[in-house]
Design a protein around this ligand. Structure first.
Ligand code: FES
Length: 112
């Protein structure tokens, strides 16, 4: 994967801990989540029905779908419980710089 597929999504300081930020990258809705000292990017659409995951709760490195309660591991996109059975795509994240001014990039051209 070439470095230029990464798109700037936010400054690190603009991402509130455990508060998903919904962005669109080349038409792909992505939820960017800062939690447990890391930043994750997961497709914003639940694999069970067409609802936005970024409106759900973040806990234990997972995001819970607000509609029926499946939660998805932010590292793998795999559901931790029913009713969802299929994973949600997750994407590589790159951070350049230091502190709150650091820039967060995500690439949706390849799933991580
Ligand atoms: S729509 Fe997400 S679990 Fe049903």
């Amino acid at each position: 994967m070439s470095a230029d597929t990464f798109v700037r999504v936010a400054a690190l300081g603009d991402l509130e801990e455990d508060t998903p930020k919904r962005v669109e990258i080349d038409g792909t809705p992505v939820s960017v989540i800062r939690t447990e000292g890391e930043v994750f990017a997961i497709n914003d659409i639940c694999s069970h029905a067409n609802v936005s995951l970024s409106e759900g709760e973040v806990e234990d490195c997972s995001i819970e779908c607000w509609l029926h309660g499946s939660s998805f591991d932010l590292r793998t996109g795999k559901p931790n419980g029913l009713p969802a059975t299929r994973p949600v795509p997750v994407y590589p994240v790159k951070i350049e710089g230091e502190g709150p001014e650091a820039t967060v990039f995500v690439s949706v051209t390849q799933e991580s």
